[in-house]
Design a protein around this ligand. Sequence first.
Ligand code: SAH
Length: 245
Amino acid sequence: MKMRYTLLVIILISVVILSMSISSTSQSVDNKYEQARLRMVEIQIERRGIRDESVLRAMRSVPRHLFVPSNLIRSAYTDQPLPIGHNQTISQPYIVAYMTEALHLKKEDKVLEIGTGSGYQAAVLAEIADSVYTIEIVEPLAKSAQKKLDKLGYKNIFCKAGDGYLGWPEAAPFDAIIITAAPPRIPTPLIEQLKEGGRMILPVGEWYQELVLITKRDGKITKKKLLPVRFVPMTGEIQNQENTK
Ligand code: SAH
C-alpha cells in the first residue's frame, strides 16, 4: 500500500516537472520569435524611415511567424516576401509597414483590404484601426486566414472569399482601402467606396508596378506615385475589364 502511494507521488512529481519544462521551452521559443520581430522592426523598418508609432507598435506585436507556412517559419522575420502557397506571397515586412503608414490610420477607422493572402496585413491593420474587412479570391487561402485570425482572437476582422473588384458594398464607405495585389489600372468601383477624406493605397501596373496613394477630397481624387514595387497580379473581373478595353 505504502509502495503504491510512493509510486503515485513520484509519478505526480514527474508530470509536474515535465509540464513545467514543456511550458518553459514554449516560452523560450516565443521569446526567440519576439526577439527576431523586434530586430526586424528596428533594422528593416525604423532605420528605413517608418516613424508612425502605431505602425511600429503593430509590427512589433503581430506574430508574423504564425502567418507563414511551417517549413518557412525560420525565415518569417527576414527582409523579403515569402511564398504562402497557391502562387501567392506574404509581403516583405517593410512594404507592409510602408503601406500601412501611408494610410494614416486613426483608431476609429474602417478599412477594406483586397487580397487577404496569409492574413498578416489584415492583422497589422486591425491592431491600429477599428475594423478591417478583407476579401481573398483564392478560397483555401481565405479559409485558412480566417481560421488563423479567429484563433489569434481578432474580433474586428471580417473575412470574405471572392473577387474584391466590387469591394464590400454592404460595409462601405471606408476610411481607408488597401489592395495587396497589382491591378493593371485603378479599379473604379473601389474608389466609389472610399469616404470623403479617405485614403487608398495599391500597386498599379503589370511588369512595371508602382505604389500609388489616392486621396478623396471634396469628391475629387488625387494620385501620388510613391515607389516601384513587385506584387502578384490582381485576378478576376479586373482582367476581363482590361481585355474589353
Ligand atoms: N496581404 C497579404 C498578401 C497577399 S498577396 C498578406 O498579408 O499575406 C495578394 C493576394 O491577393 C493573393 O492572396 C491573391 O490571391 C489575392 N487576390 C488577387 N486578386 C484578387 C481579387 N480580385 N480579389 C481578392 N483577392 C485577390
